[in-house]
Design a protein around this ligand. Structure first.
Ligand SMILES: *Cc1c(COP(=O)(O)O)cnc(C)c1O
Length: 399
């Protein structure tokens, strides 16, 4: 039997012909990122009909970003990926407006951008593409399993414009140079460090550890509109901001997103974080209890790999359950209502349930759908999780 969705007023998804999915995957661009906080929605609605002087709005945003991050300055852009491209571009051009217009043709030889090989991830697009878009030339540092100080030191030359450091569960989680050492080596040679902290709750720590610029997604844990928050040293932030007259134009952010993410940042500062954690823990407990009697299923708490104050439930799926991990994930996604789990490691025999994007009542629906799906009969139970099938579908878009 289909579960009734909890009443939240009108569900525009039905009007748009969309499935009313429940997101236990995380803050995923492909699923609409996060639940926007009411403060952001109100600010966006309030500014939508007004004219504003955008540079001045961005000045006001700079003050909010500075207050929340401890940075000298900041601005709002379309996304974290845009912020990376604009920060790299700023490190290459400085405040030379002609150079800004000429990118991605770089003004001189100083265009190399260092990045540890284990940080060369894809978050839906490869991070090195944000560097190349900005006219940067990627210089990989170390190997996929080990990077040491001498790798970084020897990669720095008079051609080096910047170094990018990625904080993410996607990166290799061992053997890499840590941020304080990375910053110390770069600082000694005058190389600015740009940190991709898209998904990190810690708004102050990366700058405090010595980074020159830290970049966040506005639409992830902050619960703002789709946007990116660039924070850091004033000269570098200004040079990045100037890219709005160049490559940043195609990454334009509007007044509504600037005002929305300012409101989300202010709301973050006063949010009941302990209350949120308790609510997330209650969902994890509920799911663990629902799964414990089921044969072939083992659930355990998995702390966030980068130290965000967020636990998930790792669900190990053995054949006695009648499913593969990918098959169970697919069956849940095909259910009513569809439940989308965090399945990027499904080939290892597990997936995760992420509790940070739930509306009231959804944790209970997920618990029921888990039990019903595993007990019920479903197609594709031993689905191997062929990722090419999704690509084949994409290549048929919009059909
Ligand atoms: C999500 C993510 C990005 C991309 O952020 P957008 O704001 O969607 O562009 C970049 N880096 C990491 C580590 C991410 O997790």
């Amino acid at each position: 039997m289909a579960d009734p969705l909890p009443p939240r007023g009108r569900d525009i998804r039905r009007e748009l012909g969309l499935r009313p999915i429940i997101n236990v995957s995380g803050t995923m661009t492909a699923l609409g990122a996060s639940i926007m906080v009411p403060e952001a929605i109100a600010a966006m609605a309030a500014i939508a009909p007004e004219f504003v002087e955008i540079d001045h709005l961005q000045r006001q945003a700079s003050q909010v970003v500075a207050r929340l991050t401890g940075a000298e300055a900041g601005f709002i852009t379309a996304s974290c990926a845009s912020g990376i491209a604009m920060a790299v571009a700023g490190a290459i051009t400085g405040d030379d407006l002609l150079a800004v217009e000429r990118l991605p043709d770089a003004p001189g030889p100083r265009r190399e951008v260092l990045i540890q090989v284990g940080h060369m991830v894809s978050y839906g697009a490869p991070v090195d593409q944000s560097i190349r878009l900005a006219g940067g030339q990627v210089v990989p540092v170390g190997t996929v399993s080990v990077a040491l100080r001498y790798h970084l030191e020897n990669a720095i030359s008079e051609r080096t414009a910047a170094a990018v450091f990625v904080v993410s569960h996607h990166t290799v989680q061992y053997g890499m140079i840590g941020l304080p050492e990375f910053c110390a080596v770069c600082r000694a040679r005058g190389v600015p460090v740009i940190v991709d902290a898209a998904s990190e709750y810690d708004l102050t720590g990366f700058l405090a550890a010595g980074a020159d610029v830290a970049i966040y997604s506005g639409h992830k844990f902050l619960g703002g509109p789709t946007s990116g928050v660039v924070a850091g040293r004033k000269a570098l932030v200004r040079a990045a901001f100037l890219q709005n007259r160049g490559i940043g134009r195609g990454m334009k952010v509007g007044k509504e997103s600037i005002a929305g993410v300012m409101a989300a940042l202010n709301a973050w500062a006063v949010r009941d974080h302990a209350g949120l954690r308790a609510r997330e823990q209650a969902a994890l407990d509920l799911w663990a209890a629902a799964l414990s009697p089921l044969p072939g299923i083992a659930a355990e708490i998995a702390p966030d790999p980068t130290g965000n104050p967020l636990d998930r439930l790792r669900v190990r799926v053995a054949p006695e359950s009648g499913f593969s991990a990918a098959g169970l994930a697919a069956a849940l996604a095909a259910g009513d209502p569809p439940v989308i789990v965090r399945d990027h490691e499904a080939e290892r025999g597990h997936f995760y349930l992420d509790p940070c994007n739930l509306h009231d009542g959804e944790a209970e629906i997920v618990a029921r759908r888990l039990a019903e799906t595993i007990r019920g009969s479903n197609e594709g139970r031993f689905d191997a999780g062929d990722r090419h099938r999704g690509l084949a579908r994409l290549l048929q878009w919009p059909d």
